[in-house]
Design a protein around this ligand. Sequence first.
Ligand code: GZL
Ligand code: ZN
Length: 314
Amino acid sequence: AYTSAISQTETEIDENLIVVGVSQVGAESDWRIAQTNSIKESLTAENGFYMIFDNAQQKQENQIKAIRNFILQEVDYIVLDPIVMSGWDNVLQNAKEAEIPVILVDRDVEVDDDSLYVTSVVTDMVAEGRNAGYWLEDYLEKQGREDEDIQIVMLLGTEGASAQIGRTKGFTEIAGQHENWKILEQLDGDFTQAKGRESMETLLKKYDDIDVVISENDNMTFGAIDAIQDAGRSCGPGGDMIMISFDAVRAALEAMQAGEINADFECNPLQGPKLAETIKRLENGEEVEKVQYIEETYFDTTMDLETLIRGRAY
Ligand code: GZL
Ligand code: ZN
């Protein structure tokens, strides 16, 4: 029986369900909502699971509290989407001592002892950043602007998140190969629309010649587009600034169709099925790879967006 820490009600559950405590970052973006839905649709009773879900509202201390609660409740598995990479050693050590396997999903941790988690179902964030750099190289070439001075600003995701660190690392690596590309400034937008708008307003006030905006998720991009248009400027194909975004949620593909975004790099949020399959494999005593990559792709205005949007699951 499970005593819910919140309602203190005893929940009698079928003993042969696999009990999984899920510590989720928050509900900060469309991408996050899609990932949460995918996890909830996969870890269901009919699939053999009893899921306890915690939304940490983008606070690491809430995730640590949730993990301690899962340990007290003696769950069978802990699934963690870690908001930032550092600060997990102690609580994951507690889980290890309690012999509860920890599975990372989406984002990554930096721990001294990587036996503190069994496997990670993640995307290659550095590759996403590099791909954005390669796309920009290609686009500028097509525009005959490969030798022009290109001034770039970046809206960064949550400081210290593997998604922020990876995308920034990947893009700046490519940017560093072009002495005519200049990154004017990188501001934190915390993956949210409000912060993204605020940071873009600051950048627009500071710089009158911004050629490229690299925004590390679509919700910050939506905020940035508002700020750009409020300042009487434009972004996207034919606009003053090239807008490159990440996540490629439906609303962003619609903005792309409206001519406000040039390219969008996605890491697939539909990670629930892979998570459920991984837990079942572990339950059957199978060896599971330490890192399991979820596929990623990108979209730009050369594609048939009408069809892509219609077929979009999120
Ligand atoms: C990326 C994921 C990021 C998304 C944002 O895998 O961690 O977190 O890009 C979300 O939308 O906030
Ligand atoms: Zn310029």
